[in-house]
Design a protein around this ligand. Sequence first.
Ligand code: ADP
Ligand code: MG
Length: 340
Amino acid sequence: MFGFTQDIGIDLGTASVLIYVQGKGIVLREPSVVAIDKNTDRMVAFGEEARKMLGRTPGNIIAIRPLRDGVISDYQMTEKMLKYFIKKISNRLIFKPRIIVCVPSGVTEVEERAVVDAALQAGARKIYLIEEPIAAAIGAGLDIAKPYGNMVVDIGGGTTDIAVISLGGIVVSTSIKVAGDRFDENIVRYLRKKYNMAIGDRTAEDIKMNIGCVFPLEEVIEMDVRGRSLVTGLPKNITITSEEIMEALEEPATGIVEAVHSVLEKTPPELVGDISSNGMVLTGGGSLIQGLDKLLEKETGIKVNIAEDAISCVAVGTGKALENIDFLNEYNNRLDRKWQ
Ligand code: ADP
Ligand code: MG
């Protein structure tokens, strides 16, 4: 038993939280949602249970996504949610684990501190933080330790993170607040404008997953949508096509293409050469929107590969990073000095 450790990796995403346990794989997958009782300010549910309340809550209960835009809008809530998830899986753990957390890029030090505290209070023996593009790249199976340029585009709910990585570090990167949520918002807006019809976020996400695309499909597909007429206030049904949704998604899709361009422009030529011979890799749930790979290929001339199990890449990458703890130790020196 000597030297035995049980390590866990956490992907603290804006849309969902995934927990990976070494030797077991992904053991938890829950939406990053907290439900609150407005009268008492108490948090009444977390994760899937809280998500079911989104848009369907009685007056006093509200459901919140504390990480929505890639910043931790409420770090105390995030801390509680994280603690709840760690506790939920910790009956499976024999010893105090080492925990590595991937936080959205752009979080502040106060927010990082809240994540570290939550993990320590939930029973971590030691805690590490890792940047999202690094975790995504490891999870996608890229060998990032070599002096060779790799480009990763991680599209989540709140943010798209684009990075060029070489020798285990980020050479150029950017993060924009255009990702899956923005697609949903644009679909809501499109239906309101064109059909005078209101739909909820969940319906918009359904439409996106079913017929959403950002590049013409081989065959136009349709979907029946139910909502409420803004004119009569009564239920309204329409049939909408993938072409219409493509029109609705043009603006955010262009935003992502432009951000990829801007990173390529700042990338040293040698590394651009590497990327153009290997291609770029897409990870995150948002990368599953149909046609994004084709659009990026057309606009950049670079081959695009969607990672296998794109939604789990970051969580798997955090877990695998633990197997490379020396690398992390070096990487997290700054944090170790400050916090432990
Ligand atoms: P985060 O890392 O921010 O938690 P995820 O990587 O879990 O986000 O991705 C969540 C986003 O991916 C959501 O906007 C969701 O609607 C979107 N998504 C998931 N599956 C699909 C799909 N098949 N097609 C289009 N979008 C998808
Ligand atoms: Mg993510």
